[in-house]
Design a protein around this ligand. Structure first.
Ligand code: FE
Ligand code: FE
Ligand code: ZN
Length: 290
């Protein structure tokens, strides 16, 4: 069965229950959320009552909580020494929040070295991860990055070097992002070859999630600007081939495509994905919804 969801909101009052209800309203059977705003580290305490209600509603809707993804705020940077202590302590708390929420996977951008160089960055990232993963029940998924600025994790070799240094390999994995793969220089139209390379270098069992986004930019642009499904440089047919690839059929597929005006595109994009048929009027149709 296709496991498809999107980035959904998380509000202080409704917590994960609100996130789940939003996902259900789009026809999703999994989803991804930040435990607060993606761009800051202000977080409120978890309400156990709301979590229990959400877990009940998941059961009623046949949603596997172990396929739901939490994303760490993207300003957390383990690669550079500047604010490193803050990044480590925030991540420890974020892992605790994931545990209170009964969530298994936390996606993390490996970070940007900002002049320190890749080698030092890889040492910083892996020691930070080893520290936060002590006594953790949550698995951290390193995201494949576009290679914008000094981002680390722009290819499988860099991710492998980080993973090699992790003490508890059960608590580390990878989240691919189709826009980032394209922008970093991978030809996603040959996705089976990408999986072959990933398996050879890292091991396919480490792949736990995939972000499905089209890209506004051409291959190797190192830009990281997401586009709606079928409206970018990757194109609908290539994304459908990835989404329905048998080798990753048990892995959650998460859309992080841009809002159209102020409207979430996910319900209509997911319908299009389930029908496997591109609708070139989709953007106009989303604009017309209210
Ligand atoms: Fe991300
Ligand atoms: Fe992503
Ligand atoms: Zn991105």
């Amino acid at each position: 069965m296709l496991l498809i969801g999107s980035h959904v909101g998380y509000k202080k009052d409704t917590g994960i229950l609100g996130s789940l209800e939003e996902a259900l309203s789009y026809g999703e059977n999994t989803f991804m959320f930040y435990t607060g705003a993606p761009q800051n580290t202000m977080r409120s305490p978890i309400n156990k009552d709301i979590v229990n209600k959400a877990l009940d509603l998941m059961k009623k809707n046949d949603i596997d909580k172990n396929k739901i993804i939490v994303h760490a705020p993207y300003i957390i940077n383990l690669a550079n020494t500047d604010k490193y202590e803050f990044a480590v302590s925030f991540l420890k708390e974020e892992i605790k929040r994931c545990e209170e929420l009964s969530m298994k996977y936390l996606v993390l951008h490996p970070g940007s070295h900002v002049g320190l160089g890749v080698d030092v960055a890889i040492d910083n990232i892996s020691s930070g991860l080893n520290e936060v993963l002590k006594n953790s029940t949550v698995t951290i998924l390193l995201e494949t990055m576009a290679g914008k600025g000094s981002e680390v994790g722009k290819n499988f070799d860099e991710l492998k070097r980080i993973i090699d240094k992790i003490d508890n390999k059960n608590l580390i994995g990878v989240c691919m992002d189709t826009c980032h793969l394209n922008d970093s220089g991978y030809d996603v139209s040959a996705f089976d070859e990408i999986l072959d390379e990933f398996d050879r270098k890292i091991g396919i069992k480490y792949l736990k999630c995939i972000h499905i986004n089209d890209s506004k930019n051409t291959i190797a642009s190192h830009k990281d600007r997401h586009e709606n499904i079928g409206f970018g440089e990757i194109g609908f047919d290539n994304l459908i081939k990835i989404i329905y690839n048998d080798r990753i059929k048990d892995i959650p597929k998460i859309l992080e495509t841009p809002y159209v005006l102020d409207k979430a595109p996910y319900k209509m994009e997911i319908e299009m994905i389930k029908n496997k048929k591109f609708d070139s009027n989709l953007i106009e149709k989303i604009k017309d919804t209210h």
